[in-house]
Design a protein around this ligand. Structure first.
Ligand code: HEM
Length: 205
């Protein structure tokens, strides 16, 4: 669970950096990066590793939740969850489920469209991104998903480090701060891309 999570943490940074190229003045930067990602054999292979990472992570998450429920079918009579764990740690299965819903929508609109349907002639990956963020509903759904993703990552980051044995009184506060900084970066970074594209079209049309 932790290793697949750490792998996905690295994927998200790479994905954020490449998508931030859509904010550059020239669309070539993003299209060139997208072309490189689509044609490089190492990256091509990594797509399967990425898919496997997602499947392992989701499968293990469901298994762990079911095991926890089975271990305590009857909840504590005196239970004060807010004193034992923070909100993001108690809602991992819910935030994870919402991220899966987002992923299905996202893969349908980008991955499936680019790889299996094919873009209309004369249009590029960049145009697809810009077109999708012309809708306020679409942009809103994306931004809400990125906030939920941020909650999921905030707990997932420190939890992944603990699970691989990086659990030390001295380093735990630093890992917690790094996790919060990372989740804010991902959440705010992706949201900025969506909102800037939406505002750009709204103000120019
Ligand atoms: C502003 C936000 C985002 C934009 C504009 C965006 C854009 C894209 C594009 C253009 C592709 C297709 C790449 C290709 O196959 O050529 C893609 C694929 C993908 N995206 Fe996103 N993405 C965003 C956020 C996210 C987030 C937050 C996640 C994960 C939670 C994610 C997960 C994926 C995955 C798993 C793929 C398929 C693998 C790949 O092709 O790299 N994306 N995205």
């Amino acid at each position: 669970m932790a290793l697949s999570g750490l792998f996905l943490i690295i994927f998200l940074v790479t994905h954020l950096v490449i998508n931030s190229f859509t904010l550059a003045p020239s669309k070539e930067l993003f299209n060139d990066a997208a072309h490189f990602m689509a044609t490089n054999p190492v990256i091509y292979l990594m797509q399967y590793v990425l898919a496997l990472g997602f499947i392992i992570h989701i499968g293990m998450g469901i298994k762990l939740t079911l095991q926890n429920r089975k271990a305590r079918p009857k909840s504590y009579a005196y239970n004060q969850p807010s004193k034992n764990a923070d909100l993001s740690s108690r809602s991992m299965i819910i935030s994870g489920g919402l991220v899966i819903v987002f992923l299905i929508l996202h893969l349908r609109d980008y991955f499936y469209e680019i790889k299996f349907v094919g873009l209309p002639s004369g249009t590029t990956d960049y145009d697809l991104v810009v077109n999708l963020f012309s809708s306020p509903i679409y942009t809103g759904v994306y931004v809400i998903s990125f906030i939920v993703l941020g909650f999921h990552l905030n707990h997932g980051f420190k939890s992944a480090f603990q699970s691989v044995g990086a659990n030390h009184k001295k380093y735990n506060p630093a890992i917690k701060i790094a996790g919060t900084a990372y989740s804010i970066l991902i959440s705010v970074g992706f949201s900025t891309i969506a909102v800037v594209h939406f505002i750009n079209q709204y103000s120019f049309n």
